[in-house]
Design a protein. Structure first.
Length: 148
């Protein structure tokens, strides 16, 4: 009987940071517990880190709200960051003045950041003792027939 784990997510769309730079901070919090991820985001010296901190708190609040509405027994201390993505958003095309009356085009990138939380499995579900392997099956074929 497999118990389905719920995911609780939050999105921050159209953020003025390149997805590559956002992924630097998101990689720090992937797979961590919520409390540890919040502390990591709070003390990371990147411009996008406060946005990710706010996004994490929003995902925790979403989890609390959904658990209250649906009557799910949720342990907030048992939540962890299951997924943290930074996808490309639309790009803003800009022009920079160049020498001799020319213009260079460049693009300002935007990111859609998605954080999804899930509850860790209970420690009782872990296997504590490995099963002993069964005896190897006997060989059959030409070589086995010759030996016999």
């Amino acid at each position: 009987m497999a118990v389905e784990t719920r995911e609780f997510r939050a999105e921050a769309r159209f953020q003025r940071v390149s997805p590559q730079k956002a992924r630097l901070v998101l990689d720090l919090i992937k797979g961590r517990g919520v409390q540890e991820a919040l502390e990591t985001a709070a003390f990371t010296k990147k411009r996008i880190a406060p946005v990710i901190h706010k996004l994490l708190t929003s995902a925790v609040d979403n989890a609390k709200f959904v658990a209250g509405e649906e009557g799910i027994d949720l342990d907030v201390d048992n939540l962890y960051v299951k997924q943290a993505l930074a996808n490309d958003g639309p790009r803003m095309k800009r022009i920079r003045p160049a020498p001799m009356g020319r213009a260079y085009r460049y693009q300002r990138r935007l990111a859609h950041i998605v954080v999804s939380l899930a509850e860790r499995e209970a420690a009782g579900d872990l296997v504590t003792k490995a099963e002993e392997p069964e005896a190897a099956p006997k060989k059959t074929g030409k070589k086995a027939a010759k030996k016999a």
